[in-house]
Design a protein around this ligand. Sequence first.
Ligand code: DGJ
Length: 729
Amino acid sequence: MSIIFNKEKKIFKIENNNFSYIFYINQLGILVKLYLGKKINDLDLNSFSYINNLNADSYNFLDLKTNKEVINDKDNYFSGLTSDIEAPSFLTYDKRGPLVIINHQDNSSLTDFRYVSHKIYKDKKSLEGLPHFDNKDVETLEITLKDLKDNIYLIMYYSIYDGIDGIIRHNEIINKTKKEIRINRINSLCLDLPSLEYDLLSVYGTYATDRILERQKLTHNIISITENSGGKGFYHNPMCMLINKEANDNYGEVIGLGLVYSSNFKFDFIGNPLNKLRVLIGINDENFEYILDSNNSFISPEAIIIYSDEGINKVTHQFHDLIREHILRKVEGFENTILLNSWEGCMFDFDTNKIMNFISKAKKMDVNLFVLDDGWFSKRNDDFSSLGDWEVNTDKIDLKKVIDYAHSLKIKFGIWIEPEMISFNSDLFKEHPDYALMDKDVNPTTLRHQLVLNLTKKEVRDSIFSKICKIFDTYDIDYCKWDFNRILTEAIDNSNFKINKSLYHNFILGTYDLLNRFISRYPKILLETCAGGGGRFDLGMLYYSSQIWGSDETDGVSRTLIQYATNLFYPLKVIGAHVSARKFLSIKEKASIAMFGTFGYELDPTKLTDEDLIEVKLSNKRFLDNKKLIDEGDYYPLISPYNNNFVSFEVVSKDKKELIFFFMNYRQVNWESRFIKLKGLDKNKLYKNDYDNNIFYGDFYMNVGLNLSMGMQSFTPLIIKLTQVDDEK
Ligand code: DGJ
């Protein structure tokens, strides 16, 4: 990978073996993008005009002045209406949507940044207080621009990794004026593209239908993906793809986009009448205003652009590699974890005896991590009370005893917490109603009988953190499930109205601070985040936690739809997936789906029969045998459950030696002609499949397919494993 600056042409080239991102500084000091895509050779001056050929339309010229001098006609290639601009201005030459809007002291929002200087270095800065990608095998371009009106600076960061065809972007605003300024909008990136011929692939969802796939055509209007709930982001997710109309799973141009952020975000797709597209990605500007004092700076979250000329699958693989290699928190000692969580098995209804029985049965299941979910603290016997009172309910559970017992059986032990919340009915609320987010003039909206803590205040974070530390310092706990069960409402700080419009952002910074304190103090504890199921499933959370609970929908059939969509964006190894006691499917069948996630159980183990235990053990073995392949391999969706009567996908190891294939019918079909073509194999190598034991070349499996033209029962998962064989047939 390399970042090169050509002084003569003033061109920046950010590239690796497959990918180039190229832009230049024009005479006005405006950064104009020339190219994003598969690696190409150097561009010469001729190519500037060639690429910006829309300037032929004289109506698109504007007279731009710098230092009161008209200089537009010195740059023959630039048009503020059609050129691809990296930091588009506001209230001046560009009308397609600004990168940043700043309200100046004179109450004007004219914002226009021009090039000052740049640096290129083999490193990447960490973003203070925000989750971010690491600095392993990376190179960064840091460009400083200055606003035309005031002493306000915009620093734009572009980083590139070896092996990842894309860039990581973020921006920083530095206020060097003597007075405060107001940031009304700050995007993490602007991406102008010369075509509008894309479909947008994204996910939406709600409780128990956490991520559902949706594809729509971009138009000449604005299409946005926005979240404004304050962080329980399963309504919309900050990852998506743009699929060129010619492209499909394996072929053509697809661009992957994402934001490393767990609060309100906005992705704008702005089509213009000249068939071009502007993409703006950043913090949602709805009710947003950040007051930036003199000599302070504001840092935007990181955003990503991934480029593929080999269809959707390559973007998926690059997303997975980028997450696994450069952001995901890794904790050693959990490589072969099989978990049993108490929630669906007993909800709040347990005591020491019951949990001891659960653990002893867990041992018989070959489980090696037991998690005591909600209900172990204060008076928490339902969801009406006690959040914020993080003290063990010793009348209900002898925590030390159950932990010691688990450890004596070589079973790790974990507990559930929900640190960002406060119950109305809690000692904490009696003592500190001021800790809850409320508007003093409006009745608070409670959801699940609880309010959200005002984590923007350090005092609140300190108080909660010290209570949580008492638990984790006292007890020998190996795992923590960090839940977040409601959206933010009445996001008001009654003690400081001035900052209310940045409350959502400051709230998530407060959450990140708590998470950061937690993982720094307890580096060996495995953290799984959760939000009323699989809300807050984002890159920000994956910086702190190694896995995210996928959904409270644990029915295997529904899970195939949720996991299929999630897998397009996030690696399989981060999706919390359990076998539950829901009525559909046998244990083995449910396990066939859960094994394509973190895998575990969530049921009353004392109800398992001896036959069930046999199925449990066989399923565990199958999971462990394939865990490395599923965790580290390349995922390929084969048949989408969203427009078919069945679902199919596979994972191939990076060395192409092994493949695991999943298939399930949603309705019974007898003897239908059905060949499913596999992907990602070595076409010249022989593979044996363990279904009919046939040995064929990779070529055959990929072009003829697996012959599944047989009676297929509905809702009966079929897993087939292919292994490379050396011998001739
Ligand atoms: C919501 C989670 O998604 C569940 O798994 C469980 O932990 C409950 N909260 C507990 O209140």
